[in-house]
Design a protein around this ligand. Structure first.
Ligand code: NAP
Length: 277
């Protein structure tokens, strides 16, 4: 498994699995659980979730999937902005821990910027870390102006990641945010890496993938995985598609293939902000 270093020194898999909408449909539950178990077995042991996903249903599904293999998993969860006060974040974390059936969350993120002062949220995150309930903390959907503010707050520069929308068709993060994070050695976590499936129907991507004997998902994920400081968290609740997606690691894209994708999906040509789903 390709690894990405967190600022604190720990290495995490560059390929994890997202869980948004898992646990929502009883008919797909068994396959989702089997997919998460397979992900652990195949080394994609970073599992991304949030208290928001199914209002806790995704977190509850994870505990069923990982069972007694908790120590192998690196669990990322997120607090709602409206819960991210000094006391609220601690209470939300306790609820997530209970649903996840564990005594610690490996990485706890503020899901997006809300109205509660960042000082409060970061204060709560530091207290949670000191108490051993979370191991690392970070943010999500933060653009450069938010990052600047965060950096000025005590503890703010200790974040482990910023999780943002980033894929071949959404390259806004590259204009200012990615260089900003790189300068400070903070890895980026790319969510919706296949644009929730929509990118896979793109004619240019399909043609590229066909020409290079890979699938569109492998091409889209391979492009992200070519970056040393980006973690990808594609969601799939299907074992076959998980294996397909992991295939992106077996056949890294060549310089020429990456160049072709740059031409097909050009980077931003002018100032562009971060988008959010
Ligand atoms: P995504 O991973 O880009 O796409 C997931 C969708 O693509 C699912 O419908 C999945 O269907 C399908 N899919 C995956 N691999 C496929 C393949 N090889 N062939 C065909 N279809 C495929 O979108 P996402 O779920 O929005 O993003 C990933 C994760 O990032 C989320 O699950 C969540 O954990 C996180 N996220 C975070 C935020 C945030 O604000 N921080 C926002 C969005 C997402 P099947 O399951 O049926 O395979």
């Amino acid at each position: 498994m390709k690894m990405v270093g967190l600022p604190a020194g720990e290495e995490v898999p560059a390929f994890g699995i997202g869980t948004w909408r898992m646990g929502d449909d009883a008919r797909t539950r068994a396959e989702e659980i089997a997919t998460l178990r397979l992900a652990l077995e195949l080394g994609a042991r970073l599992i991304d979730t949030a208290e928001m996903y199914g209002e806790g249903r995704a977190e509850s599904l994870i505990v069923e999937a990982i069972g007694d293999r908790r120590d192998e998993a690196f669990i990322v969860s997120k607090v709602y902005p409206h819960n991210a006060s000094r006391k609220g974040a601690v209470a939300a974390c306790d609820r997530s821990l209970k649903r996840l059936g564990t005594d610690r969350i490996d990485l706890y993120l503020l899901h997006w910027r809300g109205t509660i002062p960042l000082e409060e949220t970061i204060g709560a995150f530091v207290a949670l870390r000191d108490a051993g309930k979370i191991r690392h903390f970070g943010v999500s959907n933060f653009d450069v102006d938010d990052m600047e503010e965060l950096w000025a707050i005590p503890g703010g520069s200790e974040i482990a990641t910023n999780q943002v929308l980033y894929n071949l068709s959404r390259r806004g993060a590259e204009w200012a945010l990615l260089p900003w994070l790189r300068k400070r050695r903070v890895p980026m976590m790319a969510y919706s890496p296949v644009e929730q499936g929509r990118l896979l129907d793109d004619g240019k991507l399909s043609q590229f993938a066909r020409a290079h004997q890979m699938t569109p998902a492998q091409a889209a994920l391979g492009w992200l995985l070519a970056k040393d400081d980006v973690i990808v968290i594609p969601k799939t609740g299907n074992r076959e598609r998980l294996k397909e997606n992991l295939g992106a690691l077996e056949q890294p894209l060549t310089k020429e293939q990456l160049g072709e994708l740059e031409r097909l999906f050009p980077p931003p040509k002018g100032p562009q902000g971060l988008e959010m789903l």
